[in-house]
Design a binder for this molecule. Structure first.
Ligand SMILES: Nc1nc2c(c(=O)[nH]1)N[C@H]1C(S)=C(S)[C@@H](COP(=O)(O)OP(=O)(O)OC[C@H]3O[C@@H](n4cnc5c(=O)[nH]c(N)nc54)[C@H](O)[C@@H]3O)O[C@H]1N2
Ligand SMILES: Nc1nc2c(c(=O)[nH]1)N[C@H]1C(S)=C(S)[C@@H](COP(=O)(O)OP(=O)(O)OC[C@H]3O[C@@H](n4cnc5c(=O)[nH]c(N)nc54)[C@H](O)[C@@H]3O)O[C@H]1N2
Ligand code: SF4
Ligand SMILES: [Mo]
Length: 745
């Protein structure tokens, strides 16, 4: 039987709506879903090849246990009993700091995070290592200071901008905003709009830009500082806006006074006139900006994020139509954890604080390999593949080998799973109810709860259910009375009333509410995730209630229930909120209610960033003369998610790309095998000569080096990266600036 069913793509944060054709319980085709309110008929080639994500030879079908280096099948009951017992033992002997949870649901399946985090917290640990801690936490630390909360986001209100600045962002390939190619094409083609790209490479986005500044790799902080200095010196500030909405401008002026912008621009390899013209454009136009990994995973990562916010503030662009705005959302991606507060945990060996509620994966190998009493000994991983995704694979392998307990839940026998003690098969995005909290749209707040469109083969579980069963075995879930379980099978409002009554008598249960819901409503609905969704929409904060009312869900005691029902009735997703974008600056959460531009912790870092210091730091290394961008995100990768090599048949997915001039100097021709060597290691792969690559640099995609049943797929770029090449404040890996050399083999 053939059927088209509505679902969504789980391969990047856009989660475009898809319709999939299902034949004999297999996805055979997919097409963009025009009814999805967020993507409106948009999808890229990855979503259109989603069947390769669901069906591949590496899928796990039953729990596995490693004994004497060999994997054997084990029942769910036994696996969970054994894991619970070992976890309890480790925590009893070594304390809660010995436990870390790694992951959080990747690009498509965020419901597990609520359960993984509750389990970890229930056992007394706060060590949640998340991919957010390897790209975005430095940025959100800045938001914590300037906007007042780390979990306030800023996104370009591009619908209403005349100029869009793509800074270290290759949106044509990576998306990172809904319908990215449509948006970028509109800016590129419309004579009244301007697309600016600041990128060392002539990326797919840069080649469509009206203005492209080919900045020298790793010098964006210096460039941004120079631009801020020019805007101040020329008097191009948005004076009125700053007077009304900011504090700390004197501190900024003091920091930038006397800065030699002209010299800085020379170090950045750019033309002074071109940079001044851009500054004037920014001072005079209605612009917004999206900056991404080119800055986040680069030298001075966190400082650059501050300078980006500063530039936008100086030009009066934050919280205004067409600028960068703070969107509403059903649930923010993290929580505010101010590292100045004594209750905020730090990692014990490396001393990094939690930011946005999470810890940076980059330091976990050290936290495991350390000698101290608080070292991490047990790791629960799900929806993440640290042994391919995070810097320095060899360090991760050594760390995993030292663990007392490694449990990995995944779709596939990933490289991380293969080095774990227990491997638990997870239901895929197409076999379960799930969704994501990558909101990032405005004024509309959309949500789609994907439903199962195929039945799983074997016995994979929702990851949430795995964590719930472990929590239950570990005594973290109070006994729920049978009346509650029975009420869950009846009508939901009556269940809600019974639950409230029970919680009033058992207030401690509130801390583990998702588990209680999972056990009661989850068994009635056949999905722990679905029960968690109900709990979520029933308890949204007042701000969201107002947004939901504007979207047609009138406020009242049954508002949550109506939102839930709408999500159930609309598999394509629903617009569940409308933010008030006319008063966006009201979202600021600083004590002053203004943008607080002064961050004393940045004094030295900002002051020491000079043309001289940068020129010295960037001086050519004779032994490693090239700069590697260790991790291009392009059409042929989707992090480590696409495990079936067949989806790239006939393409060249994993190469080392070099500029023609460099290839010529090295006497190399296209297709040659080359060895790329860094301080950390070497990798051999095919050379691709590409005129879009900037001379002096090399680009390798990330996400490859996958061990599939059909053989190895591509080369793992994290053989070349180091955990130590990281931001001093957020520990973000600086993958865009890895010194290397290239030789023919
Ligand atoms: N097709 C595809 N799409 C994806 C993903 C994927 O794997 N494949 N992954 C998703 C994820 S998780 C993420 S985080 C995003 C990442 O999305 P992006 O950040 O857009 O991806 P990148 O290709 O890593 O880098 C962006 C740009 O930074 C530039 N850059 C490199 N060095 C510098 C520099 O020194 N200065 C400046 N200004 N720019 C520099 C690169 O040339 C590149 O054009 O993509 C998402 N979308
Ligand atoms: N050198 C270098 N390394 C990088 C990058 C880089 O640019 N350079 N980019 C980094 C970035 S931006 C990111 S975000 C990280 C991402 O790195 P990770 O956090 O590891 O995430 P993914 O690779 O997206 O997916 C991880 C796992 O989720 C599993 N999975 C897929 N679908 C499902 C599902 O439906 N259910 C469940 N339960 N599991 C599923 C997959 O099998 C996969 O093993 O990689 C980073 N690694
Ligand atoms: S990979 Fe991203 S942009 Fe492409 S279809 Fe999937 S969600 Fe949409
Ligand atoms: Mo990412």
């Amino acid at each position: 039987m053939t059927e088209w069913k509505k679902t969504g793509c789980a391969l990047c944060a856009q989660n475009c709506g898809l319709e999939v054709k299902v034949e004999n319980n297999r996805l055979v085709r997919s097409r963009p879903d025009r009814d999805n309110p967020r993507s409106r008929g948009y999808a890229c080639r990855k979503g259109l090849n989603i069947r390769h994500h669901q069906h591949h030879a590496g899928r796990l079908t039953s729990p596995l246990k490693k004994t004497d280096g060999r994997l054997t099948e084990i029942s769910w009951e036994r696996a969970l009993d054994e894991i619970a017992e070992r976890l309890a033992g480790i925590i009893e002997t070594h304390g809660p700091k010995s436990l870390a949870y790694v992951g959080g649901g990747g690009q498509g399946c965020h419901f597990e995070a609520a359960f993984g985090v509750r389990l970890m917290r229930g056992l007394g640990s706060r060590y949640h290592y998340s991919p957010l801690g390897q790209e975005l936490t430095g940025r959100y630390w800045v938001h914590g200071r300037v906007l007042g909360r780390q979990n306030l986001n800023l996104g370009p209100d591009h619908h209403r901008s005349d100029v869009l600045v793509a800074w270290g962002w290759n949106g044509w390939m990576s998306h990172q905003m809904p319908r990215a190619r449509v948006v970028l094409s509109q800016f590129s083609r419309n004579p009244d709009k301007t697309l600016v790209s600041i990128d060392p490479h002539r990326s797919e986005t840069a080649s469509r830009a009206d203005i492209h500044l080919p900045v020298r790799p790793g010098t964006d902080a210096l460039l941004a500082k120079a631009m801020a200095a020019i805007i101040i010196d020329k008097g191009w500030l948005a004076e009125e806006y700053l007077a009304a909405h900011s504090l700390g401008l004197d501190w900024v002026r003091e920091r930038l006074a006397g800065f030699d912008a002209a010299r800085a621009i020379r170090v950045c390899g750019l033309d002074q006139g071109a940079v001044e013209d851009l500054c004037r454009l920014l001072a005079e136009s209605n612009w917004s900006c999206h900056y991404d990994l080119g800055l986040l995973m680069n030298r001075h990562s966190t400082l650059t994020c501050y300078l980006m916010v500063l530039l936008q503030a100086l030009c009066g662009r934050i919280g205004v139509p067409g600028g960068v705005v703070m969107p509403g959302c059903l649930m923010p991606l993290g929580v505010h954890t101010d590292e100045r507060q004594p209750e905020t945990w730090r990692t014990s060996a490396t001393g990094f604080p939690s930011l946005l509620g999470v810890f940076p994966p980059n330091v976990l190998p050290e936290e495991i390999l350390a000698d101290g009493p608080d070292r991490v000994r047990a790791v629960l991983t799900s929806g993440s593949n640290p042994l391919r995704s995070y810097a320095e694979t060899a360090a991760w392998e050594a760390a995993f080998d030292k663990l007392d307990l490694a449990v990995t839940s995944d779709l596939a026998l990933t490289e991380t799973a293969a080095r774990s003690h227990y491997i638990l098969p997870a239901a895929s995005a197409y076999e379960s109810w799930d969704g994501t909290f990558f909101g990032w749209t405005w004024p509309e707040v959309h949500f789609q709860m994907r439903r199962p469109v195929v039945k799983p083969e074997g016995e994979p579980w929702e990851v949430s259910r795995i964590y719930l069963e472990l929590a239950d075995r570990l005594g973290l879930i109070p006994d729920c009375p049978r009346s509650l379980t029975e009420a869950a099978r009846g009508n939901r409002p009556a269940f809600g009333a019974a639950l409230m009554a029970w919680l009033a008598e058992n207030p401690a249960a509130k801390a583990v509410l998702p588990f209680v819901l999972g056990k009661t409503l989850g068994s009635a609905l056949g999905s722990v995730n679905l029960a968690a969704l109900w709990g979520l929409v029933m308890s949204v904060p007042p701000g969201f209630r107002a947004a939901a009312a504007r979207a047609g869900f009138a406020d009242g005691p049954d508002q949550g229930e109506r939102i839930f029902q709408a999500l159930m009735d609309n598999p394509q997703g629903v617009t569940i909120g409308l933010s008030d974008m006319d008063h966006n600056l009201d979202e600021l959460k600083t004590d002053s209610g203004r943008l607080e531009l002064e961050i004393p912790e940045l004094n030295e870092w900002l002051d020491n960033l000079t043309p001289e210091s940068e020129a010295a730091d960037l001086a050519r290394d004779q032994d490693l003369p090239l700069v590697l961008n260790a991790g291009r995100h392009m059409d042929m990768n989707a992090n480590t998610l696409m495990r079936d090599p067949a989806w790239n048949t006939g393409r060249r997915p994993c190469t080392a790309a070099l500029a023609p001039a460099d290839a010529e100097k090295l006497h190399l021709t296209d297709g040659h095998q080359v060895r790329v060597t860094t301080r950390t290691g070497s990798a051999t792969l095919e050379l691709e000569i590409d005129p879009k690559v900037r001379p002096g640099t090399v680009i390798i995609p990330h996400g490859f080096g996958l061990q599939t049943p059909d053989g190895d797929y591509g080369v793992n770029v994290n053989l070349l990266t180091s955990t130590q090449n990281r931001d001093p404040l957020a520990a973000t890996p600086l993958h865009k600036y890895v010194r290397c050399r290239v030789e023919g083999v």
